[in-house]
Design a binder for this molecule. Sequence first.
Ligand code: ADP
Length: 362
Amino acid sequence: DGGSMPSMPWFGMDIGGTLTKLVYFEPKDITPDEADAEVETLKNIRRYLTRNSAYGKTGHRDTHLQMDNIVIRHRKGTLHFIRFPTSEMGNFLALAKSKGMATLVTTVSATGGGAYKFEDNFRRELNMRLAKFDELDSLIRGMLYVETNNPCECYYWVNPTEEGRCEKRFFDFSDPYPFLIVNIGSGVSVLAVYGPNNYRRISGTSLGGGTFLGLCCLLTGCNSFEEAIDLATGGDNTCVDKLVRDIYGGDYERFGLPGDLVASSFGQMNSKEKRATVSREDLARATLVTITNNIGSIARMCALNEKVERVVFVGNFLRVNPISMKLLAHAMDYWSKGTLKALFLEHEGYFGAVGCLLEFNS
Ligand code: ADP
């Protein structure tokens, strides 16, 4: 029933506190008749999006995440995954306008806080209406869709703390319920999911990916997430944190706390001498470990409370960030004596945008 289909182009947009995620469906089953009827602007937009992987100065297409042969509303095509900093929204609107977007009468489905914040800008500058959807509904819907349409979406880490033996392994998530989602974006939300339309937001924390990046910029003078992660990769948090062994001289045996456990995050930085010896790399690593372990600890408490064993970590904080994934994997396993499992998904930050693309008119 083509009559009820939204007109092309089909986008789903998740306008977050830090990053805007844009998912674009490229139809691959265009008939000659349809091609004839298609306006030039629409063709140009499709060409521009699919022939480039960089847009303006800060837009990127994650080509490694692209999903081919996807069926949406009986149309077959490719899903493309694009992101840019939300602070660049002005430039994005100008670029979209220069590509003729304002001449197409379209409604785009959008989620995230920015769907509200920028609604007027979209209308004024692009003649575009936003169909707004809730970000947590979209997140779950998108996640279930991508999981069922991508055979290798879900994975976990084996031997996360052993450099040589650590590896990523596929996890069969076809029978998922119940599970927790820990969405680590600028801030953190924890959801307990019992069925496709049955979930609650059970917890959250403001100490999230935005906190890591903000503190890291303050402490090291770095200017991007990628730089912060690079610094952390070369650093050692044990020069910054106070460990159990710094206090006990070894393990705190009575309660089973190993000597190399962090007792106090940043606990050595009260000393002027210690401050003089730490590097930017060490400070970045300590910031990453502090934020990650705090999230891991909240996730564990939530899983215990809800009596749920599988915890899926998503959000762009985990982008190019194996250090945090491995820390979470280890913490969940270690402190639960092997009963909790930390799971990860390849399209980590894009589920809200996918869910919202699916939600429009269906
Ligand atoms: P939000 O919807 O709140 O923007 P995301 O899931 O997109 O949340 O995650 C944002 C977080 O992802 C940032 O706080 C940062 O920790 C991390 N991040 C990953 N890649 C980038 C990037 N290129 N620029 C900024 N932050 C990034």
